[in-house]
Design a protein around this ligand. Structure first.
Ligand code: SF4
Ligand code: SF4
Length: 239
């Protein structure tokens, strides 16, 4: 089977490197944004990989359930939008992984979940996304993308190849906005603005948020999405 990179080279008659092949591939995958991060030195990165292809899918939330567009919050609608975005981003991750494996390039897809005790994942997809130039960490501790704000599902594929990485984002662009601080009914969003290297606990009471969402999610048989701090961010937008 002719590899993807070589197929692209042949079809265009030019020598395209892996980065160019990635750009070509990404155009056909269900992502709303992506970038390449240099992840050497990311706190907690013990993966041994040097690059992350960071990608996200924005939520598609109907106007009647979008608080920014005059709608009212619906747990069901937000949960469904989250699941749909997760499906798309997983499909994109699989597309990238397949391509890299066909090219014989070692890669790994780190899990998105968190350790239930520490609420820390094996790899920080959010920090990788800041390194990929996709956005910054908001006061809410969510990734705030430049284009779709925090309404995204994020994932990464790790690899060890000298593809060009983006200019990292190292500080917040929230300005004087405190919408997410005011949105949290329980005061879990603490208020300070993010700078690179800042500890999550200074931004968010992550354990308080998680416990409350478990508690109010009991009738649903799952953790409540909540997401008010996400949906009331004025930088959020549709697909
Ligand atoms: S998800 Fe809900 S409970 Fe958690 S910080 Fe955001 S608004 Fe507060
Ligand atoms: S709501 Fe405002 S402060 Fe919070 S993440 Fe969005 S822009 Fe930043």
């Amino acid at each position: 089977m002719v590899s993807f990179v070589r197929r692209v080279e042949r079809s265009r008659g030019v020598a395209l490197d892996l980065y160019e092949a990635l750009k070509h591939l990404m155009r056909g995958l269900p992502v709303s944004g992506w970038g390449v991060a240099d992840i050497t030195g990311i706190p907690g990165n013990r993966t041994g990989f040097t690059r992350a292809i960071s990608m996200y899918r924005a939520h598609d939330l109907a106007a009647q359930h979008d608080p920014l567009r005059g709608g009212s919050y619906s747990e069901e609608a937000f949960h469904a939008a989250e699941l749909e975005a997760q499906r798309d981003v997983r499909a994109a991750v699989e597309g990238v992984r397949s391509m890299l494996e066909r090219e014989g390039i070692a890669c790994r897809v780190p899990a998105r979940g968190q350790d239930p005790q520490t609420l820390v994942g094996e790899f920080s997809h959010k920090l990788a996304a800041t390194r990929a130039g996709l956005g910054w960490i908001g006061r809410s501790s969510l990734l705030v993308t430049r284009v779709h704000g925090p309404r995204v599902v994020l994932h990464s594929v790790l690899l060890d190849a000298a593809i060009p990485a983006a200019e990292p984002v190292t500080g917040h662009r929230c300005g004087s906005c405190v919408a997410c601080v005011e949105a949290c009914p329980y005061g879990f969003v603490r208020g300070p603005a993010w700078e690179s290297g800042m500890d999550r606990d200074l931004l968010l009471d992550a354990h308080g948020c998680s416990e409350k969402r478990v508690e109010i999610g009991e009738p649903l048989g799952r953790k409540h999405e909540c997401g008010l701090c996400m949906l009331l961010c004025p930088l959020g937008s549709r697909l």
